[in-house]
Design a protein around this ligand. Structure first.
Ligand code: SF4
Ligand code: SF4
Length: 596
């Protein structure tokens, strides 16, 4: 071991041991007789440990006796200083093993903006960034998480293969295949080349996508002409694995740590997907069909979670839609616990749930009108009238909660009148809040979170463009000025420049990989990277796509028929609403047709 390695090892060991000492529930397995997976989250420990999907994969892999999975995060602060000072390679948290020594590096990537961090982790691990430079004995680099089954193409230069879908549905099968491919079960690793192992995985796992096995051809205008398997026996589409119906153990976060946004809280997943069919919402589409666990399973999971922490975080796109939610939250309170939820749907809020939330000590309730005008809410298929929003605000304000509203600007078909109507709606809401809460001597706080619309794959707005940055800035300026005049309203807005980057990474094709590489080489400075990029990012961000053009993610089969998305897009342009999901009674999008 050279001197640098020894320094990094000593400092990092003590730093990571301190971090582990503050955790409850992590696993430190013996490495003997197992193969190894570095489970990498492309952001800080704090952000990664707040991610339920990351924690679920960690448990899923580690419950197997033949594998050891250890966590790796993007180093921050002192930790990063140690690596930079010593030049040592980044190590795993549990056993402080250098990244190169793992068999597989598996990235879990829920957010596109973290793509450059994938490259940072590989670089800090002294691992070649490009998949084509990692033949031989380098670890396999794979990726999963929702970005992989929305559109994996921008990362395709860097990743050997993607596993598409919900980990509970394909992770075990993948690990069995991998073990088989490397000869693990024969107690002696075979001499298969990396490419042979990848081909074997590709041939046997329907949800595995290997970018290097596909050739992309382009038209002269830069749109895709063809996306074709290089070999005749390679699958033409890649399936997204899903657990339908939701069964088995309810997903719970297993590691409790004070160092997360959900400090010392256990997160319980109540449901997956959402049947509201909002046309901008990727989660509402790619997690179809909407599913909930059975009430008895949830009761069991909550009882188990209460053994580890008295604070339960309820995870669901629509907590208020979960059958029996009033009883479940009542059960937590009866056991001396407390709970919290993220946002609630205004049209399904109940007094019972709000009363329980109050008893649990939650101070703020969030609802999401998204748009100011009735017309634009029909365009996005929000199924929410002004009266329903105001009724919900009344229910919330009566109980002295602070209120937070999510709003979007730059939505398809939006005109200036829709922006004015945001101001009108918020004024009505504020008036309702004051009327309901003033008699009790305290005016509830009203906060707005105003975000830029980003077109997402597999939604009816996948063909739409993002609003121009300068136009979005003007809209933000107008809204901030209007609410300042009104007074008593806090306003948070996102940064249009970052929305632009997120759009590029969400809907770009594999050529965008070059820009990610340039951004990485520019120390994460996209403005410096863009001029050196061979692509014109506006082509992806500011161009409405033709309905019949090939989209970079068309090869992914998640059960949603493209013709359904086209119908929904056209309905949006005509200001028309279409029904929400009616699981068991509907086959409209194609996902449930086999179950009817
Ligand atoms: S209510 Fe709409 S925006 Fe919210 S999760 Fe469901 S589909 Fe998405
Ligand atoms: S088939 Fe109907 S119920 Fe099933 S996911 Fe599609 S829209 Fe929803």
């Amino acid at each position: 071991m050279d001197l640098a390695c020894r320094f990094v090892k000593n400092d990092i060991i003590s730093l990571y041991k301190n971090l582990l000492a503050r955790e409850k529930g992590y696993l430190k397995k013996d490495w003997g007789g197992k193969f190894s997976i570095a489970l990498a989250y492309p952001n800080s420990y704090r952000v990664g440990m707040s991610n339920m999907g990351f924690q679920v994969v960690y448990q899923l892999i580690n419950r197997r006796p033949d594998v050891v999975a250890e966590r790796v995060f993007l180093p921050q602060g002192r930790e990063l200083d140690i690596y930079n000072r010593t030049g040592g390679a980044i190590r795993s948290l549990e056993s402080q093993v250098p990244l190169q020594q793992f068999d597989i590096i598996a990235f879990s990537i829920p957010f596109e903006n973290d793509y450059p961090n994938v490259l940072k982790i590989l670089e800090l691990g002294k691992i070649p960034l490009l998949a084509e430079d990692r033949s031989g004995s380098w670890p396999f680099v794979m990726a999963g998480g929702v970005t992989s089954f929305l559109n994996p193409e921008p990362l395709s230069m860097f990743v050997d293969f993607f596993l598409l879908g919900e980990a509970e549905a394909n992770m075990d099968r993948f690990i069995d295949l991998f073990a088989d491919a490397i000869g693990f079960y024969n107690k002696k690793r075979n001499n298969k080349t990396k490419q042979e192992i990848i081909s074997y995985l590709n041939n046997n796992e329907p949800s595995l996508y290997v970018p290097s096995l596909y050739r992309v051809e382009y038209n002269s205008d830069g749109t895709l002409k063809a996306f074709v398997p290089k070999k005749g026996n390679c699958k033409e589409t890649v399936d997204v694995a899903k657990v339908v119906p939701l069964k088995g153990d309810v997903a719970l976060s297993s590691i409790v740590t004070p160092e997360t946004e959900f400090a010392d809280k256990i997160i319980v997943e109540l449901s997956r997907g959402c049947g509201c069919s909002c046309r901008f919402c990727a989660a509402g589409y790619v997690y179809r069909p909407p599913r909930t666990y059975r009430k008895e399973e949830l009761e069991k999971a909550i009882a188990k979670a209460l053994e580890s922490s008295h604070h339960i975080g309820m995870l669901s796109a629509c907590v208020s839609d979960v059958p029996g939610i009033d009883d479940l939250t009542g059960m937590i309170l009866e056991h001396g616990g407390v709970f919290s939820v993220s946002s609630l749907r205004a049209d399904t809020l109940t007094a019972g749930l709000l009363d329980n939330l109050k008893k649990a000590g939650q101070r703020t309730v969030t609802i999401a009108p998204e748009a100011g005008s009735e017309r634009l809410r029909r365009v996005i298929n929000k199924h929410l009238t002004r009266d329903q929003i105001v009724d919900a605000v009344r229910l919330i304000a009566k109980r002295d909660f602070n209120i937070k509203l999510y709003l979007l600007i730059g939505l398809p078909t939006e005109v200036q009148d829709d922006i004015h109507e945001i101001v009108d709606l918020v004024k009505v809401i504020k008036h309702t809040v004051v009327k309901e809460s003033a008699p009790r001597g305290r005016i509830a706080q009203l906060t707005l979170s105003i975000n830029c619309f980003i077109p997402k794959p597999f939604t009816p707005f996948q063909w739409s463009k993002m609003d121009a940055i300068n136009v979005l800035k003007e809209k933000q300026k107008y809204l901030k000025a209007a609410f300042k005049k009104e007074g008593g309203i806090r306003v948070h807005t996102d940064v249009p420049k970052w929305a632009y980057i997120q759009t590029l990474l969400s809907v770009g094709d594999r050529t965008v990989g070059q820009t990610i590489l340039m951004a990485h080489k520019s120390g994460g400075n996209w403005s410096r990277a863009m001029p050196f990029s061979k692509i014109n990012p506006d082509f992806f961000v500011y161009r409405s796509k033709e309905i019949n053009e090939i989209l970079p993610w068309d090869f992914i089969n998640n059960g949603i028929e493209k013709k359904h998305l086209v119908r929904e897009y056209h309905s949006a342009l005509k200001n028309e609403e279409t029904p929400m999901c009616k699981v068991g009674r509907c086959a409209r999008c194609g996902v449930c047709k086999e179950s009817l």
